[in-house]
Design a protein around this ligand. Structure first.
Ligand code: GDP
Length: 451
């Protein structure tokens, strides 16, 4: 998402590069481009107006920094404004002093509430909480069942109004307000520290639905009311968000379906129009496709300044500690960096997730989007095939790989000799880099940065 907005903004900033001083005309031209880019991304008109007014005022104003040139200064201003309209600081869940913390979900039908309930439950459980899911969407056929399936996948129990489990009164009336209230009591009784209440939506904003949501809110007095919105709905997002804000006075926003090719307008408008922060992002149908939303990181991703923190977090999550320790020990013992190590490191990189996804988070200066599109992850497969076609001795002492060995390896791995040559060249470079780092006492990095 945000790709085209991102491309447009970075192109605009390129024009400012190298300018020693910005004239009023420069600023006007830049602001005009920013306005167009935001409107094309479906950002709501009032938000665009306020955004560009702030940028212009600050760019022409007093803020002269010694450290930045005028072009960089404009980028910084735009970055600050993006962070501001996305909700400012990262907002965490407001946990109750006396558990259970009650979290209610609201939003239109199909927004992704039931899916989110499962994701949120799994994420919270992973942090040591003991959530209970409560199924109050009695409107949509199958919603209760769907929540039960998600609960099972997340390993989290579900409180649902079906005969035998709930009270007879509930089952007979099918009143979601009663189910919600009983669900919270159940959580209290069974010592769950968090309750997540899924509610019914309609296809469009509807007075009856809003009343029901408001009644549930009044009955369970939640610590958080999360409004879930489909990021793909474009300009409609603002009206829907406003209606829910008036109706249930939500405390935070969850953007769902950010994996689609949404132009990003909803993300950039909703927080600003309602004054409520975006707290989470849903990025797929799987239970793990879920992220805490960090306005500052999102802004730097949009401005192509790289999202290094997210990258580091991902790397940490999948980094194989034993392998890293093995490498570190090699350094201390001053052992040679072999082709086997090279392969092991390639596999580490691959494990960190889709390479393309990782590379898009790196600062734009290094890899252009076009290069990325062309990048083929199968390259790693080929490197693997080449290394696997070598004898153990060759892998440990690559020096001995002469012309006839190269021909044999190429044949064995089904590639052209030139690919074997290129791969060995990259390996030699990586080996040199490792030697330098070992001499400097550094920790192992990643070889083959030219991926
Ligand atoms: P609800 O009516 O608000 O409870 O919406 P659901 O949770 O049932 O979601 C509606 C549809 O959207 C389902 O088919 C989900 O699998 C799908 N969905 C939910 N969240 C996401 C997401 O982040 N990305 C994608 N691609 N699909 C999603």
């Amino acid at each position: 998402m945000f790709n085209s907005l991102s491309d447009r903004l970075t192109a605009t900033f390129k024009n400012l590069r190298g300018k020693g001083r910005l004239t009023e005309a420069d600023v006007d031209g830049t602001v005009r481009e920013i306005r167009r880019a935001l409107l094309d991304a479906d950002v709501a008109v009032p938000v665009v107006r306020e955004f560009t007014a702030h940028v212009k005022e600050r760019a022409l104003g007093e803020e002269v920094s010694q450290a930045l040139n005028p072009g960089q200064q404009v980028v910084k201003i735009v970055n600050d404004e993006l962070v501001r309209i996305l909700g400012g600081e990262t907002r965490r869940i407001n946990l109750a002093k006396n558990p259970p913390t009650v979290i209610m979900l609201a939003g239109l039908q199909g927004a992704g509430k039931t899916t989110l309930a499962g994701k949120l439950a799994k994420w919270l459980k992973g942090q040591g909480h003991t959530p209970l899911l409560v199924a109050c969407d009695l409107q949509r056929p199958n919603a209760v069942k769907q929540l039960q399936v998600n609960g099972e996948r997340a390993g989290v129990p579900v409180y649902a109004p079906h005969p035998g489990v709930s009270s007879e009164f509930e089952a007979s009336t099918g009143d979601p307000v009663v189910v919600a209230r009983n669900g919270v009591s159940e959580a209290r009784q069974k010592q769950h520290d968090i309750v997540i209440v899924d509610t019914a939506g309609r296809l469009g904003v509807d007075a009856e639905m809003m009343q029901q949501a408001a009644d549930i809110r009044a009955a369970i007095n939640p610590h958080e009311v999360l409004f879930v919105i489909d990021a793909m709905i474009g300009q409609d997002a603002v009206n829907t968000a406003q209606a829910f804000n008036d109706g249930v006075n939500f405390t935070g926003v969850v953007l769902s379906k950010l994996d689609g090719d949404a132009r990003g307008g909803a993300a950039l408008s909703v927080a600003s129009v309602t004054g409520k922060p975006v707290m989470f992002a849903s990025t797929g149908e799987g239970l793990d496709d879920f992220e805490v939303f960090h306005p500052d990181r999102m802004a730097s991703r949009i401005l192509d300044m790289g999202d290094i923190l997210t990258l580091i977090e991902q790397a940490e999550k999948s980094w194989d500690k034993d392998e890293a320790e093995r490498m570190a020990k090699k350094f201390v013992d001053q052992e040679d960096f072999t082709l086997e190590d090279f392969l092991a490191q390639m596999q580490q990189i691959r494990k960190m997730g889709s390479l393309k996804k990782m590379l898009t988070m790196m600062p734009g200066a290094q890899v252009s989007r076009q290069q990325l599109e062309q990048f083929d992850e199968r390259q790693i497969d080929r490197i693997e095939a080449i290394v696997r076609s070598m004898t153990p001795h060759e892998r440990r002492v690559p020096k001995i790989i002469n012309g006839s060995r190269r021909a044999r390896i190429a044949k064995g791995s089904g590639v052209h000799v030139s690919e074997v040559n290129a791969m060995l060249e990259r390996f030699t470079e990586a080996q040199k880099m490792m030697k330098r780092m070992a001499a400097g006492g550094g920790m192992p990095g990643m070889p083959g940065g030219r991926a």
